[in-house]
Design a protein around this ligand. Structure first.
Ligand code: PLP
Length: 403
């Protein structure tokens, strides 16, 4: 057995989502791999365990354990595979361009919110609003889906891209288009704020507003337009690069942050839109730390909160992973959550983050969260929602929030 540079090993096979999830679960549960990838006698082409090889590449390891001719049973831990090496922030924060500003600025901050914590259930917030383009978790998928499409095409210039978006994914893709000389046409549903539309236009995207209320309502239409016009539809709702980027970076960096903080979180709570980030976090942490609970957050029946939506409106990855519950939050509660966190800990978060915070409060009230540390994934920054928040500024706190 020897460790081969990941780029030298050729593994051409197909790996379906279910197979990928099964292999990744095993790797994460064991904390490494327990067999090698067999390569040909005189080349680095995989002849056995090629699917393991693909999965390792998708996870962003630096080395693949290989053996000549036949696979061997031998255990290689994650650290030896260089599994965590990619999380490599710029020490003095100097960046070659705004693309590097994205991926070499990770991890996004994990910050304790002592004044927003209640009843001994300590809140740690992962602030995805610290991503530079859309100031949201969606920069990660805009970047990765674009890169994967560019790799496939052999060029970073992709021409026209079309995408159904509730602003954030659109901003992220628009940024990649600007960096690489392509063009985005964003299709936005009726519920997107004027601020969102203007931001997309400022980023140079052409914007088409639909009378339909949800991004998912527009997918088929956008797919048809892509076919007619020969445009690229990255399609955040079905593109596995969405799920994979969060496994490879978001979840992995969160493990490193938890280690540095010296905490053993009891639960992770986050919003569900495409379900990309929370499905990856669920898969990762349920396998790495068996005891941890994972909760998703959605808007209450019949309401909308920008960025998140009901599971029954159609989601891909969440159905392939294990979660402990889904919490309903109303738009009023989400806005109150934003204002409460701003006034308690002095940080401005977006409405879906406010919803995540209120879900935490509800879980505490229901007695579902044990004492200890809890991680809330806050998907975006609050600047986009100032107008929506304005009517809550002078409202007295509801009884629900008084502690
Ligand atoms: N919150 C906001 C503000 C978002 O823009 C999104 C995604 O659009 C989400 C939450 C949900 O993230 P995901 O699509 O990974 O489920």
């Amino acid at each position: 057995m020897y460790l081969e540079d990941v780029d030298k090993v050729v593994c051409d096979d197909r790996l379906e989502l279910e197979e990928f999830i099964a292999i990744v679960s095993e790797i994460l549960r064991r904390g490494g791999v327990d067999k090698t990838v067999a390569v040909e006698v005189n080349s680095e082409r995989a002849v056995e365990n090629a699917k393991l090889c693909i999965a390792l590449k998708k996870l962003g390891v630096r080395y693949i354990p290989v053996s000549r001719g036949f696979a061997e049973n031998t255990f290689v831990p994650l650290e030896k595979l260089g599994f965590f090496d990619e999380i490599n922030p710029s020490r003095y924060r100097v960046f070659a361009d705004t693309e590097e500003l994205l991926y070499r600025n990770w991890p996004t901050p994990l910050v304790r919110l002592p004044r927003s914590s209640v009843a001994g259930r300590i809140v740690w917030a992962k602030l995805e609003g610290f991503n530079p383009w859309s100031m949201s978790v969606k920069d990660r998928i805009g970047w990765y889906m674009y890169r994967k499409a560019a790799e496939k095409l052999g060029s970073f210039q992709l021409g026209l891209l079309v995408e159904s978006t509730s602003t954030n994914t659109g901003l992220a893709i628009a940024a990649m288009c600007n960096i690489h000389n392509s063009k985005l046409r964003a299709y936005i549903p009726s519920t997107v704020s004027l601020t969102g539309e203007l931001l997309l236009k400022i980023f140079g995207a052409e914007v088409v507003r639909s009378p339909k209320p949800l991004t998912v309502d527009l997918i088929d239409e956008v797919e048809a337009i892509a076919k007619t016009e020969g445009a690229i539809h990255l399609n955040q709702f079905y593109n596995d690069a969405n799920f994979e980027v969060h496994l490879r970076y978001t979840a992995k960096e969160l493990e490193l942050q938890i280690r540095e903080a010296g905490i053993k979180p009891k639960a992770i709570i986050g919003g569900l839109g495409t379900s990309g980030h929370m499905s990856a976090i669920a898969l990762y942490f349920k396998n790495r730390f068996r005891e941890i609970k994972i909760y998703g957050v959605v808007p209450a029946q019949g309401t909308t909160i920008q960025g998140i939506r009901r599971i029954e409106s159609g989601m891909k990855w969440i159905h392939h992973v294990e979660i402990d519950g889904v919490m309903d939050v109303t738009p009023d509660e989400a806005a109150e959550g934003v204002i409460e966190v701003a006034r308690r800990d002095g940080i401005l978060i977006g409405l879906s983050s406010g919803a995540v915070y209120m879900a935490y409060r509800k879980l505490v009230e229901k007695g579902e969260l044990d004492e200890g540390d809890h991680i809330l994934i806050f998907p975006d920054h609050g600047f986009k929602y100032i107008e929506q928040l304005s009517k809550y500024i002078n409202k007295p706190k509801s009884a629900h929030h008084q502690t």
